[in-house]
Ligand binder design. Sequence first.
Ligand code: DX5
Ligand code: ZN
Length: 228
Amino acid sequence: MLPAVIAPSILSADFARLGEEVDAVIRSGADWIHFDVMDNHYVPNLTVGPLVCEALRRHGVTAPIDVHLMVRPVDRLVPDFARAGATLISFHPEATDHVARTIDLIRDHGCQPGLVFNPATPLTWLDHTLDTLDLVLLMSVNPGFGGQRFIPSALDKLAEVRRRIDASGRQVRLEIDGGVKPENVAAIAAAGADTFVAGSAIFGSGDYAATIADLRRLIGEGRENSRS
Ligand code: DX5
Ligand code: ZN
């Protein structure tokens, strides 16, 4: 199992002070920054684009930036985000015409490709793509908004993807996104996730360092329990 990664979602940060907010969560022990891109088309909300990603890099952010594209179409934005300093770029398979081509495009631009599954998206999309991915992202809410409640069926789906990744023999990260909290993160880790997005749980807490430390301890406990 890969070391656990905690990726605060900027969606719940104070956008008027975004650079400071990102610095604060990294200083508080976060590993990656989860960067939610919404287009008011694929999802009913609108957030930020490559300019803001680039601004974070110029501000001095060196942590991996995990770009989660909730946009349709996808390909047009990939080169822009690569230039803006994205580390990973994930997209929803139903939002592009040629999934394999989009994965190649992300890799050709020097970024790590990820495929994202909504709660009702079947895992069959992995059949012909898993060998080319660095990340599988399972949504545990329907995409579009922060602060929603975790959908429990994501746990069985995580376990299924964990089996597929292990059988592949490749090092593919398994990320969970939506409603992740200290109360459920141990069960999520036990089900096989190794990368944890948390927006409101971290940015909505008074003490980022304490919350991230809590999440990390509970992830460790979940991993221990799944072994015993
Ligand atoms: C939802 C986004 C998530 C969201 C997570 O569409 O992809 O990253 O911001 O926020 P919380 O952790 O508050 O559910
Ligand atoms: Zn996200």
